[in-house]
Design a binder for this molecule. Structure first.
Ligand code: FNR
Length: 369
């Protein structure tokens, strides 16, 4: 079957995409002090033929950090580092959006100068999995501190400020990370949110923090430059929800009403963060299940090939497809798909941390020939 439908233009809020092959957000842990380097600029610029680049998640505040050498978007040095990245991508004709995150309970006390515990909706530790410390060692997750109600306005403001900083850094927009078990997802789902204030309990209340963040960011940078990423039925970071269809239907309808630029859904068939290489097929199909609830464009991610991505578009399940691991290994993925060329294989050992190796040294097709 032809994959031509991946190569038609798409309007995503204020952005005009020349085609529909998107680079998924990919944490690479190569920004010491939270500042993206010249190497980060080279890495993203190599991938500028993507219809849209969504960056690795950037912390909205020092409290939001959860991975070693992850970038931030909360101080002048970080903004300047990102400006190098956005300039390099724009110089090559690309478009780039910043993904912003608060890590919540997946962080670790070693990120805090005073040894403060990670924060979360409730004092519930994720079972299984480990925290990455600033020195790249893995430690058991700690029982987090439940945020006080009066602190939540500060979390909303940090998201808003980080979004404003992203625009100052030259980004074309912002994606709010409300997936994969980080703070906003922890508020949504009932195995991590057992609050008794107005941010816990009913679906409506659990969705409140995310929607406050969305409203504040939309007010600041415009809804047409704002996307939201969700991972219904994903279990990374020990997430579980007793009513995933009810919860995520409510959230997606509320986002649809707000006319944000796009909704980004992760499919649970691939581990939400690409931890395993195999796909499972006895799980929910989020794009199919939720697409009709959102009026704007939907990006779908998770274990796609060129063929299966094209089929999802043809079926009307999504409007664009995001590729993660394939974009790590293939800077020219868009051109390779088009010419049915062989793909470089990704090397899991160099996903996180390090320098050029496994970052900027994957060859493009014409360089390999
Ligand atoms: C990820 N993923 C991810 N997701 C996200 O929303 N923010 C992030 O920072 C990251 N970081 C990240 C790092 C690495 C090394 C991998 C492999 C994955 C998840 C990613 O965006 C995507 O949803 C999954 O990789 C599934 O897509 P693929 O890889 O099957 O195309």
């Amino acid at each position: 079957m032809s994959i031509d439908n991946l190569y038609t233009p798409l309007k995503l809020g204020a952005l005009e995409l020349p085609h529909r092959i998107i680079m998924a957000p990919l944490t690479r842990m190569r920004s010491p002090g939270g500042v993206p380097t010249a190497l980060s600029a080279e890495y993203y610029a190599q991938r500028a033929s993507a219809a849209l680049i969504v960056t690795e998640s950037a912390a909205i505040s020092a409290q939001a950090l959860g991975y070693p050498d992850m970038p931030g978007l909360y101080n002048a040095e970080q903004i300047a580092g990102w400006k190098r990245v956005t300039d390099a991508v724009h110089a090559k004709g690309g478009r780039i959006i910043a993904q912003i995150v608060h890590s919540g309970r997946t962080s670790h006390s070693s990120y805090s100068a005073s040894g403060a515990l990670a924060v979360a909706p409730s004092a519930i530790v994720p079972v299984g999995g480990q925290a990455f410390t600033p020195s790249f060692s893995l430690e058991a997750f700690e029982v987090p501190r439940a945020l006080e109600t009066h602190e939540l306005a500060g979390v909303v403001e940090s998201f808003r400020q980080a979004a404003e900083n992203a625009i100052s850094a030259g980004f074309d927009g912002v994606e709010i990370h409300s997936a994969n078990g980080y703070l906003l997802d922890q508020f949504l789902q009932d195995n991590s949110n057992q609050r008794t204030d107005e941010y816990g309990g009913s679906i409506d209340r659990r969705a409140r923090l995310l929607l406050e963040v969305v409203d504040a960011v939309a007010q600041s940078i415009g809804a047409d430059r704002l996307g939201v990423r969700l991972s219904p039925s994903g279990n990374f970071n020990d997430m579980r929800e007793s009513d995933p269809v009810g919860l995520f239907s409510h959230v997606i309808e509320a986002l649809s009403d707000r006319a944000i630029a796009y909704l980004h859904l992760i499919e649970p068939r691939a581990s939400s963060v690409g931890l395993g290489d195999d796909l499972s097929f006895d799980v929910a199909n989020n794009a199919r299940r939720f697409r009709r609830l959102f009026k704007g464009p939907v990006i779908s991610a998770g274990g796609y090939t060129a063929q299966s991505g094209s089929e999802a578009l043809a079926a009307g399940d999504a409007d664009a497809i995001a590729y993660g691991r394939m974009f790590i290994a293939n800077p020219d993925l868009v051109e390779r798909f088009k010419s049915s060329a062989d793909l470089n294989r990704y090397d899991r050992n160099t996903f996180y941390g390090g320098a050029e190796q496994g970052y900027t040294d994957y060859p493009a097709l014409n360089a390999a020939q």
